[in-house]
Design a protein around this ligand. Structure first.
Ligand code: NDP
Ligand code: MG
Length: 382
């Protein structure tokens, strides 16, 4: 029987790669629903190719146009469209590949309905990891990580038995070897020029500041129930080792392979099975030749340290970190602020923030909105 799947964010970097994986395994999956933000041209092509029953887009007027063109498909729109897809009776697994905070609500809705979640959207765990993981346990739902580092750990950790440290690798991003002076003048193209991965713009900028790694540390803390002191970040420019787990006896199990998101996406979708899919080339150790490792430079990349601090403080501090950083990154993408301002803005908002202990989802969403308004105000007055 085919596994019935819905993809939120099918027009993004993860979404399109997931469709490539599924196209190759078309005897294993049936696409029930897909969703786009603004990329209507692409979703139309996806509709024609995959014939979903439900489609959601961001704006109502785009939905109205699609209804005329595809009268036999249920066309939805807005955040409610994503929630409706997440709750559909006929889906078994939801791939959450939208970017930003909009992933949170549909993930919760799907968990409540007992759907397994293939989770790319790290913001969901950064903002509400405690609630999401607890809810998943209560509903006997699997949270299958798509983020390559977390997929690697998931494949190595053996349910956490006797695991001592998580070792998260980082490519180091485009500014690994840059001086502070060069980073001072870094432009948008340089920040978007990631050496290893081709991803959406927001996460690519986060990979340049290493905030992405910081968010991944928080993500790992929730997914694998590890204290922050037991999570280590190692810079590994080749990105062949996607992450590793150290066990109490001194053994380290690492997951290795070519740097391709197809592999973690596919594993999340086919788990617990491994299937020959889109990546058929064997990893060549001889060609790879060199595996290098470095300590992260916390001075040059202070965002990583700030993320550890936010995670350890808990409460809604990670919500603040995520929201302030995201607004600062948007301002950088709009060329309103400079590269190094991203951290300065995030840190200023974070230092001035008062957290809520044990927040519920509504409080998390409220705090997120409050921080965003404050950050936008701060940027305007810079
Ligand atoms: P992209 O920016 O490439 O894609 C984001 C997707 O979300 C697109 O389909 C976009 O639609 C949709 N979207 C954005 N805003 C809205 C909105 N308001 N309403 C509805 N849909 C919306 O991001 P990525 O694919 O790179 O990343 C997605 C998530 O996965 C992020 O949380 C990221 O951190 C995580 N991730 C990504 C990795 C990667 O390799 N790319 C690796 C690990 C994690 P549209 O384009 O049509 O506007
Ligand atoms: Mg990652």
């Amino acid at each position: 029987m085919k596994k019935k799947i819905a993809i939120l964010g099918s027009t993004g970097s993860i979404g399109t790669q997931a469709l490539e994986v599924i196209e190759k395994l078309n005897d294993k999956f049936e696409i029930i629903a897909i969703s786009a933000g603004n990329n209507i041209d692409l979703i139309k092509k996806q509709i024609e190719k995959f014939a979903p029953k439900y489609v959601s887009v961001r704006k109502e007027d785009d939905a109205e146009k699609l209804i005329k063109e595809f009268p036999n498909i249920n066309i939805l729109f807005g955040d409610e469209g994503l929630n409706t897809i997440a709750k559909l009776d006929e889906i078994q697994i939801l791939l959450v590949a939208v970017s930003g905070k909009i992933g949170l609500k549909p993930t919760i809705e799907a968990i409540k309905k007992g759907k397994d979640i293939a989770l790319a959207n790290k913001e969901t765990l950064v903002m509400a990891g405690d609630i999401v993981i607890k809810l998943a346990k209560e509903n006997n739902v699997k949270i299958l990580p798509v983020d390559s580092e977390h997929s690697a750990i998931f494949q190595c950790i053996n349910n956490g038995k006797d695991a001592k440290h998580l070792i998260i690798t980082a490519s180091g991003g485009p500014f690994r070897n840059s001086t502070k002076e060069e980073m001072e003048h870094a432009n948008l193209d340089e920040a978007l020029n990631h050496p290893r991965w081709n991803m959406g713009k927001k996460i690519t900028v986060d990979s340049a500041t290493l905030m992405n790694k910081g968010l991944e540390v928080i993500e790992a803390h929730h997914l694998f129930n590890f204290d922050y002191k037991d999570i280590k970040v190692v810079v590994h420019p080749q990105s062949y080792i996607h992450s590793a787990v150290e066990f109490v006896d001194g053994s380290i199990i690492a997951q290795i392979g070519i740097p391709s998101m197809h592999i973690p996406i596919q594993y999340a979708l086919t788990y617990p099975d491994r299937i020959e899919g889109i990546e058929t080339e064997s990893f060549d150790f001889i060609k790879a030749a060199k595996f290098e490792f470095y300590e992260p430079d916390y001075e040059k990349f202070p965002s990583l340290k700030l993320a550890f601090i936010a995670g350890e403080k808990g409460g809604t501090y990670p919500v603040c970190l995520n929201a302030a950083n995201e607004e600062a990154v948007f301002a950088f993408l709009d060329k309103k602020v400079k590269y190094l301002d991203i951290y300065k803005i995030t840190k200023a908002i974070f230092d001035d923030y008062t957290s809520i202990k044990n927040p519920n989802i509504d409080q998390i969403i409220e705090e997120d909105e409050k921080v965003r308004i404050k950050t936008r105000e701060f940027i305007k007055n810079m």
